[in-house]
Ligand binder design. Sequence first.
Ligand code: C5P
Ligand code: C5P
Ligand code: C5P
Ligand code: ZN
Length: 455
Amino acid sequence: MEELLKKANSIAEILRREDDILIVTHIDADGITSGAIAYRALERAGKEADIRFVKSLDDEAIEDIADENRFVWFTDLGSGQISSIERSGIRCVISDHHNPERITDNQINPHIFGHDGSYELSGSTTTYLVARFLGLNFDLSGIAIVGAVGDLQDSNYGRLVGLNRFVLKEAENSGYIETIRDIRFFGKQTRPVFKMLEYTFDPYLPGISGSERGAIDFLVSLGVRVKDNEQWLRWIDLTAEEKRKITSEIVRMLISRRYPFKLIWRIVGESYLLKEEEPGTEVKDAMEFSTLLNATARYGEEMIGLKVCLGDRDEAFRRAKALLQNHRRNLSDGIKLVDEIGIVELENVQYFHAGNRILDTIIGIVAGMSYSFANRGKPIIAFAENDDGIKVSARATKALVEKGVHLAQALKIAAEKVGGKGGGHSIAAGATIPKGSEDEFLKILDKLIGEQVLK
Ligand code: C5P
Ligand code: C5P
Ligand code: C5P
Ligand code: ZN
């Protein structure tokens, strides 16, 4: 930890020497929060700063950035593209948590200090470490936690672990985050309880997930209030007794269906509330806040998400909420489609091909969600078409990673063999490959994953 903080300080020192800085970040919740933290911290330090979002840091994007001839702060990306960045001549610092190509002086990345960036530190919490050396930026710890939760870094244990806890403690001590024990479903603050349950796919709730009727019947059968004075009740409106009833019935139901114990106990865990936000809004709970951000950036509306992170609770917030409706529908339709087309099992991996029926920017989320009904013994590989070719998203489980699976390494090799590019984390990775190369890619990947597990 000490070494990492020293590095954060030295990155802050480099930034302090520059006057005009271009922030380049990723188009997801972790990327937006990382960018917002960097932007605010630089602004407070009296710097000229602009922010640019990229879907992926490919050679074309790097060239465009190099053409601007500015000092760059890469957040939530960059570590996997060190060579390309160096070749382009861009002067920069990097705060990232993706698998680094190699160690460099201008880069802060948990992997370099022996910590796993897939769950111990996110782009946002890494960037926050730099921000805290740039000035008095404790208030940015709140959105740093939103970014970590947006990357599902709390999902393995039902709570944040590792270095993220250092940031969490700072956020609690400075009064920006309150941690409570609660059910870990999306929508506790804002959605009618039946909607929250209907849209829960992790874990898949038999008879309830994807079924409005099923969710309402479930609540009524438990004698839990669904409405009060014509108002649909949200999770936060229920009594402790009602919440306990629902939670224990879900646990009982999953046990009777022989769900893995690991999946069941994760249902209850920590929730992170932003203390300064209004209860019952989309920005109160870190899980919902991160979904709201994904709903903007993954649809090309990242500036809206950025504004919400920077405090807009007016026009940008309204537009983000509208986008959220669309995002939720897409996720729900996506998961239904996977259920319909089915997941094909190979020896060591399983896959589905969504063609153009799932957006390439949310195919990864859908792949992760489909673990709720897919075989947890193999990584899930998902394909979606985009303008550049085929977008691949891969997701594994913690248990698979413990057995040796490293998706980023495998996808990088397999993608390069078919003329594409890939990277990411051990538990979640992505790639772009040429159209028509899916079968060849799968064959290589299936073999590589088999070898990883054997080692
Ligand atoms: O690009 P980035 O680092 O933000 O993406 C991380 C990805 O890893 C996210 O899609 C996140 O949901 C996924 N992840 C996961 N399971 C975990 C940790 C991360 O699927 N336990
Ligand atoms: O791509 P990655 O796997 O990070 O996606 C994680 C994101 O998926 C979360 O931040 C959240 O926005 C979204 N999600 C959701 N509803 C679920 C599960 C995930 O909105 N039931
Ligand atoms: O796009 P998706 O959510 O599946 O990405 C999973 C992880 O893989 C993310 O951390 C993303 O940044 C990374 N990735 C990558 N190179 C790609 C595609 C995705 O490093 N070409
Ligand atoms: Zn990230």
